[in-house]
Design a protein around this ligand. Sequence first.
Ligand code: NAD
Ligand code: UDP
Length: 342
Amino acid sequence: MARLLVTGGAGYIGSHTAVALLEAGHEVVSLDNYSNSSPRALERVSRIAGRPLTAVEGDVRDAALLKRLFAQQPFDGVIHFAALKAVGESVSKPLAYYDNNVAGTLALLQAMQSAAVTCFVFSSSATVYGAPDELPITEQAPIRSTNPYGATKVMVEQMLRDLAAADAAWSVVSLRYFNPIGAHPSGEIGEDPNDIPNNLFPFICQVAAGRRERLAVFGNDWPTADGTGVRDYLHVADLAAGHLRAFDFARRRRGFTPVNLGTGRGVSVLQLVHAFEAATGRSIPFSIVERRPGDIAACWADPSAAARLLGWRAERSIEQACADGWRWQSRNPDGYRGEAAT
Ligand code: NAD
Ligand code: UDP
């Protein structure tokens, strides 16, 4: 059993990972400024897992707070989710992204170093591969950025690689997520976008719920089987389980290890729409519109390193992810905002 600091623990992926950590018997301290989440998510995490966690409200850029936190309790490791993540917003507000994502991670690593906590799992992204030269994408593919959000992930990975090279005490796993979708099967926690969703899956859920009239499919002239964009969608509960495995790996090994978390299977926009309709019985009206600037045709993972190094494989189907995501959406049409404060 271990005690973990989880930054961004109230967010979409952080909350699902917190459930998995608590269920595995670990102690969890969440540090979140709730800039894109609600503390209610953490109440529900505890309820699902049947165990308490500690929720600290604060910012990863707050060095004094981090110092206090690390002084108060010994941590065995840190899982770092806290970041801003909207690609479009990162183009219009680059400094906010470099500040939260890069300066935030730097402050956290400095606090860890001072406290001699050297086990770190980082939320990276398949966006670091940009437009891939080859599919499936392995961890050896070149990394590059195509927008400020992606640049923050590339920069943090560089910082982590340099840190692990300079000091053999560090063990760092950088998890390059492909496209997480779905929700916990209880329907209690899920993705809760503040605004109009940028991503495909939450948009589909809101169309199904009647909050949006129709889905705009960004192009059907891509060089893919049905002409729509192809991605590697994985169930968020599988992704959460991957963090548990990554933390176990980081406790045993040293150095910097980037690992893809994906299914290894490409699914088109229309295939995802049809899977959602089949799994939920809802119909998803859509129109084909222009391509979205900056999009790529296709992207899917070679997940063999995750299997070899972490003993992890995605187990849940797209249909399960659709059914679970819809359960969350239909039970919580206004996300966590719909629940009266307790
Ligand atoms: P999210 O916005 O739901 O969660 C991020 C959490 O971090 C939120 O609870 C937010 O309030 C908190 N936060 C943000 N800045 C903070 C700060 N400065 N201090 C303290 N807390 C802060 O996002 P998510 O989808 O759960 O993503 C988690 C991580 O995974 C992010 O690093 C993101 O870049 C990465 N990622 C996400 C996806 C995806 O599709 N969701 C894909 C690849 C990578
Ligand atoms: N997409 C779409 N309509 C939307 C949102 C996304 O057609 O409203 C497409 C997008 O062009 C891409 C796929 O769905 O081919 C996944 O997009 P998302 O933004 O979810 O993930 P990313 O492109 O960041 O991998």
